[in-house]
Design a protein around this ligand. Sequence first.
Ligand SMILES: [Zn+2]
Length: 333
Amino acid sequence: MKHSLLPAAVLCAAIAATTGHAQAPATPESLVTAAKRAAGLDYAGTFLRICVAPDNLGAGPGRGAPARGAAPPARNVPDRALWYAKPYKVFDNLYFVGTKVHSSWALTTSDGIILIDTLFDYAIEPEIVDGLKTLGLDPRNIKYVLISHAHGDHDQGAALLQSRYGAKVVMGAPDWESTLQRPASAVGGVPKRDVVVGTEGTKITLGATTLDVIATPGHTPGTLSFIFPVTDGGRRIVVAYAGGTAFNFPRRAENFAIYRDSQNKFAKATSAAGATVLMTNHTEFDRAYDRARLAQLPRAAGEKHPYETDAATVQRYFEMTADCAESQRLSMQ
Ligand SMILES: [Zn+2]
């Protein structure tokens, strides 16, 4: 049974690489080094953002992290030229209707549309509603609206899509709690409680498509991440959609531990599912805007889809995020 030794050795090496426990105990510095290696060129920007200069380095709640229940900032519409993006068909059944900065995706099924994340309020009509129409899709067919986490750049469209089209809004339980505390005058309005996802996660099935919803608390207490299949010219590809990336939560050791554990949990689930595409909800983390446009170009025979990598590259993202979180946690002790 010689072959049985190999997986154990590979596993040990993988654990050592992830935790930095190979020779010496992990230190904040060794974990940053491991994270940098894991990031490679694929995730260099994300590595800088969370490992080198995290948002919550100052004391107390980080910038851009309103206290739970706090009213979101007033409506502030930036110059359209800075954010407006045309809509793009990216896979056979997945359409980019986001801005240059934030992602929103329409996953089409045999029984309607699952919309993933909803942008800031100012972008809902031009990007999501008009974008779907431009692509030949009918926004009235949106059956589910999945909110990766309850921050304004991803959730301000939820109430409109719910009230206008009857779409069911899906959110993590703690993020529903903070959302429902918002005043009715909040930018984008306040959605009514629909599908509440607890720590055990759930599955959303629409038509012939099933999407796995995994609770990955950390970025917010109710952050959700998703695993779903797309097809590229009929070929099945599995997408890992990471629902919250930046460290903008209160800077406490237990928060970094929660974030780290969620990254490891989602890594396991995406590995088991064979994910070869890594998506996030900010285009800076997964180059969604560039890749959506690259996907419009003709490809040579056998050339991969611009979003597709491989299972190891997807896993390196989670190695990096977990190592960065663990590095921050250790540095506080
Ligand atoms: Zn956020």
